[in-house]
Structure formats: C-alpha cells, structure tokens
Design a protein around this ligand. Structure first.
Ligand SMILES: *Cc1c(COP(=O)(O)O)cnc(C)c1O
Length: 395
C-alpha cells in the first residue's frame, strides 16, 4: 500500500526542492539567544528569533521554571477540565487579563489553537467574520472551521473594511479580525481606525497580538495600548512563544462571557492537554519582569532604532516603520537566498523570504531585533550587511 503514496510524495518533495521552496532546518546546539551555536559554528549572531525581550534564556525565568517543576511537577497528564487546572494556571490567566486590561483569559497549548478554537463556539451562519486578507494562517484556519459568513477586506485598507461592514449589515453579530502586527512587513494595524469603524457599525474587534504583547505600546501591553484603544479592542489572542519567554502556549483574553463559552466549547481547549507547570510558572516570572522592569523594552526600542537607522544609511531599502521586524527589500528570490548564505558566512543568522510567503517580486531578508543584542553585535551586523551588500552589488 505504502509504495503508491511513497512515489507521489517523493515526486512532490522533488518538486518542492526544484522550485527552491524546500525548508531546511538549521541545527542549534546552544540556548536561544542573540549569540548561538548553529550547525557546529560557534558565536553566530541571531537576528531571526521572536525573542524580542531577550527572555528566552533569562536566568530568572529558567530558575523560576525549575522551582515550579519542583513544586508543581513535570506534567499534569490531563486536560484542564478534568484534572489539569492548577492554581498557577489561574494565576497566569489573571495576570495576563490585568496586563491587557481584559476581564478574563483562557490559556491554550499554542496561539495557533487559541485562534483555531475561537470562532466556531461563538458564531454561526447568522453571523459575519470580517478579516484582513493577510491574516495569520491560524486565524484563517479558525475561520474555516466556523459556519459564519466570511468577508475578507483588502490588507490594511479601511475603505474596503467599511465596505464589508456595510455589506454585512443584516447579520446578527459581526466581528472584525486582524493581526495586530503583520509579521512579514512589520506593519502595525490601524487599530484606532478599526475600532472607530467597529463602533460605527456595531461590530466586535479581535486582535491577534502575537508580535506585540510585551513590547509594543508605552508599557508593552500591545497595539491596543499603542493606539489608546485598550477598551475598544474586545478580544486579544496572543502567544507565550515569542516575547513572553518563547517556550510555548497561547491565550485568548476578553469579556468574561466569551471566555467562559470558550472554556465550555472550544475544541483545542477541551480536547488537548493543559500547559506544563514549568512553562506556566516561568511565564508568571516573565510577566513580573515585564511589569516591573522596563529596561528590556527600552533596549529593544533603542536597538530597533539603531538598526533601522544604520541599515538605511548604508543604502539598503527597508519597509518603513517602527517594529523590531525590519524587512530589507531585495525583490529577487535568488538574491535573498544568496544574501542570507553570505551573511551566515559572516556569522549573521537571518532568513530570506520569498514567494509564496511574500508576494512575487517582494523577496527580502527579514531582520528581527531583540533587547538582548548588544551595541557591538548590532554594529558588527551592520558592517556585515554593508560588505555583503557591496559584494552582491545591492548597494
Ligand atoms: C506566531 C503566531 C501565531 C502562532 O503562535 P504559536 O503560539 O506559536 O502557535 C499566531 N498568530 C500570529 C500572528 C503569529 O505571529
């Protein structure tokens, strides 16, 4: 039996390789950080992690994680509603709710699950989901699992969003869904305008803050804080797998009735294991660090400014913005691949992105800054970009 599918899969894999889209995984043999060991190469500077606040290997976080393993065990071997809810799960939910300014929070094994399990319990064919066309795959999948009517507006286009709100006016309930930050461009959604339209047309707002919780906004609460619309964004989903320590886990925060319905009916919550105690405990420590110590946030902002300024001065073309995601536009897929290889030879780890991850003709290198990058590391990276850029005739 296997022979026939094996042949098909072998051909498919060959096809992926032929089109240059095969994703190789580099092997890291150190902790996550701004300097790592990759493919047995020492001291590679890492500019492609979502470790925005440098907490992935923070000694206090690791220490807390060990303590919680001692006090609360390694695993719970249960879903939440049977015997998988510990006091620390409730504490973390409370802490995230307070941080985001929401009534309640529900934890998931991943933000992918939070998004995947959000829509189906709350909406049916009488309702409408109005989503940005470039939303994350997990939102798209979550919306697919739900019978609600679907409306897609042009990326970041408020005129088109309003059009879709007008078209869907006869639906019972409506929800606007957007990534708070679009990770390929570092574009921040126009949350103030979205909330304004939501009020005008009586729709809910859901924001996926995976690339903003912990570090966007004056105190790092996210894009809803940045735009002064903390109360107007109704539902926030986020991840524990990026700035908040980078382990794994996700959450949905919002009005208490919505969160309660999710606890009763959301399938990835009901039918999947609870978060491991060591992760939950460490994330409590992460939240404490973020709330009491803004030095990580300030350093991230400074590093981002420094890199954005420096890379433009050298002559590279970047997508403008303020986010620590900095897309360096090369437009040509081969060039993007070549450039990332050359940079690796200089000890700089960055990834080239090209079609289908970004539109055709918009190939790029995506750099991500972290608060853990030192001035020296950023300077070294800028020098490496300059010499590789010259060698490849980009600048
Ligand atoms: C990373 C990401 C997710 C998935 O988060 P996980 O916790 O890793 O599943 C969902 N949405 C967006 C916008 C993301 O960037």
């Amino acid at each position: 039996m296997y022979k026939s599918i094996q042949k098909r899969l072998t051909n498919e894999l060959l096809e992926i390789k032929k089109t240059g889209l095969f994703k190789d995984e580099r092997i890291i043999s150190s902790k996550q950080g701004s300097s790592i060991e990759v493919d047995n190469k020492n001291e590679v500077l890492n500019f492609c992690a979502n470790n925005y606040l440098g907490l992935a290997s923070h000694p206090d976080v690791i220490k807390k994680s060990k303590e919680f393993m001692d006090s609360h065990g390694f695993g719970m071997a249960s879903v939440r509603f049977i015997c998988g809810t510990q006091n620390i799960h409730k504490q973390l939910e409370q802490k995230i709710s307070n941080f985001l300014g929401k009534e309640d929070t529900i934890l998931y094994a991943a933000a992918f699950d939070a998004n995947g399990g959000f829509f189906e319990p709350l909406f049916n064919n009488q309702d409408a989901i109005i989503s940005d066309q470039l939303n994350h795959a997990s939102l798209i999948d979550g919306i697919r699992l739900c019978k609600a009517q679907r409306f897609r507006y042009l990326h970041n286009n408020m005129l088109d969003l309003e059009k879709k709100l007008i078209e869907s006016q006869n639906c019972r309930n409506r929800i606007i869904v957007t990534d708070a930050v679009f990770s390929m461009d570092g574009t921040i959604a126009q949350m103030d305008k979205i909330c304004h339209l939501a009020k005008k047309y009586d729709a809910l707002v859901m924001s996926d803050e995976c690339h903003s919780t912990g570090f966007i906004g004056p105190s790092g609460r996210g894009v809803h804080e940045e735009f002064g619309v903390m109360d107007d964004v109704d539902i926030i989903t986020g991840t524990l797998g990026k700035a908040l320590g980078g382990a794994s886990g996700g959450f949905t925060s919002g009005p208490k009735e919505i969160i309660e319905i999710l606890r009763q009916k959301s399938r990835p919550y009901l039918f999947s294991n609870t978060l491991a105690p060591s992760i939950v405990g460490a994330c409590l420590a992460v939240m404490e660090i973020i709330e009491s110590d803004n030095s990580h946030l300030n350093r991230l902002k400074k590093n981002t400014e420094k890199f954005r300024e420096g890379i433009q001065k050298i002559g590279f073309d970047i997508k403008p913005g303020t986010h620590p995601i900095v897309p360096i536009m090369l437009y040509d897929a081969n060039l993007a691949q070549k450039m990332s290889r050359e940079l690796m030879a200089h000890g700089i780890y960055v990834i080239g992105f090209f079609y289908p991850v970004v539109p055709k003709g918009e190939a790029r290198i995506r750099v991500q800054l972290s608060s853990s990058h030192t001035e020296k590391q950023i300077k070294y990276a800028l020098n490496a970009f300059e010499s590789v850029g010259k060698k490849l005739n980009i600048i």
